[in-house]
Write a protein that binds this ligand. Structure first.
Ligand code: HSE
Length: 413
């Protein structure tokens, strides 16, 4: 029997307890021992839970219990999760977490502590919910040099965008629905402003390139400014708008990394990833594109990834799994203003032809988007150029009287 503790009994934590209970025989077959939930840490009361006798409000009951070999952290947030995880690892207990905020902020340090204490620190559920991505990247794809990773990494925003695109639903109604379905973070600003996707691309970049990338190095834009008009222009162009987290290793050895809403052509593998689903494309030098797809949020998909890590820890109680990266700094990342892409630009103008002519003089070759539905504005797509240049041309267009209403990158995916 392997005794474990679960810290947090919210959406994911209760899902972990449920899977361990309902899949008891499956787990036994996999590891040859029973996984026993000895303690559940939560400040709330759960008198009706079948595991009511295991609840504690005191972390000391877990850290001081030598029988507990694996600690599952599904509380979310940095504090007190960081302190509890650190203490657990230092006590030689392996830790499994779904907490992307914690891994993105403290991953390098916690991996080092785990290594020093011959323990495992696993976080499959921190990216992509139920989609296997951390383990495939650290094991199956490890012979590749990864060129680029790009993904739809946030279920809530993908759900909202899908509702806007398919049903013309407004932003607030779609967000409310996502919250009711348990997809959104406690503070949904983390979803809609792109911070959650940022944490996830940081984890993937750190794993792929071996140096910790902190969220504060990553230019991040959310989806709050996307309008139904942009959605229609994207369709007329032949694509959809998706919130993309991407990182590309440049020839100068630096990472071009960001989170932003992008226009994706319909033929892209990421274009048809809808609702709460996530999709992650990994471009390896040997494999070419490999795409991972599945439910990126929700109780049981996320809990299934947590329980898989618990099983892995059970199988590696005496040995460490090699999953590691070292600390990094901002010199590993380029300024987002130097990042190159094509842009979709929508401008205000009563004279579309004149506006497009001015845009052509500034941006060079442009492709107007044919959509006559909206009066007093027009849209076009540029050739690839640096963000800083695009910004300067947008200012010059404004000086000529053509205010930019939207500017989004085109994802070359
Ligand atoms: N709020 C997150 C999402 C949950 O919507 O993707 C999973 O990380």
């Amino acid at each position: 029997m392997v005794s474990i503790a679960i810290m947090g009994h919210g959406v994911v934590g209760s899902g972990v307890a449920e899977i361990i209970t309902t899949h008891k025989n499956k787990l036994y077959t996999s590891i040859g021992e029973e996984v026993y939930i000895k303690r559940i840490l939560d400040l709330r009361e759960f008198p009706d839970s079948p595991l009511a006798d295991r609840f504690t409000k005191n972390f000391e009951d877990i850290i001081n219990d030598r029988e507990i070999r694996i600690v599952v952290e599904v509380m979310g947030g940095i504090n007190p999760a960081y302190d509890f995880v650190k203490r657990s690892l230092k006590a030689g207990k392996s830790v499994v977490t779904s907490n992307k905020e914690l891994v993105a902020a403290k991953g390098a340090e916690l991996l080092q502590i785990a290594k020093d204490n011959n323990a495992n620190f696993l976080f499959e559920a921190s990216v992509g919910g139920g989609i296997p991505i951390i383990r495939p990247m650290s094991q199956c794809l490890v012979a590749n040099i990864v060129d680029e990773i790009a993904g739809i990494l946030n279920g809530t925003t993908n759900f909202i965008l899908t509702k806007m695109i398919d049903e013309g639903m407004d932003f607030d109604t779609a967000l409310k629905l996502a919250q009711e379905l348990g997809y959104a973070e406690r503070n949904p600003e983390a979803d809609v402003e792109g911070h959650d996707a940022c944490r996830k691309i940081c984890i993937l970049a750190s794993l792929a390139f071996g140096k910790h990338v902190y969220p504060e190095y990553v230019h991040t834009e959310g989806i709050t400014k996307i309008t139904l008009k942009d959605v229609k222009y994207a369709a007329a162009w032949g694509g959809v708008i998706k919130l993309i987290g991407k990182v590309k290793m440049l020839e100068n050895g630096k990472m071009d990394i960001m989170v932003a809403p992008m226009l994706i052509p319909c033929k892209s593998q990421l274009a048809n990833i809808d609702d709460v689903f996530n999709g992650i494309m990994v471009r390896g030098d040997c494999t070419g594109d490999v795409v991972f797809y599945g439910k990126g949020a929700g109780k049981l998909p996320t809990a299934s990834a947590v329980v898989a890590d618990v099983i892995d820890c059970c199988k590696h109680l005496k040995t460490r799994k090699y999953l590691f990266w070292t600390d990094g700094d901002s010199s590993n990342v380029i300024d987002y203003k130097d990042s190159v892409s094509s842009f979709y630009i929508r401008v205000k103008s009563d004279d579309k032809d004149a506006a497009l002519q001015s845009a052509k003089e500034l941006f060079g070759n442009i492709s107007p988007i044919a959509l006559d539905e909206y009066e007093g504005e027009c849209a076009f797509v540029t050739e690839p150029l640096k963000y800083s240049d695009a910004e300067n041309y947008v200012k010059a267009l404004a000086d000529k009287g053509y205010e930019t209403l939207s500017m989004l990158r085109i994802g070359d995916l």
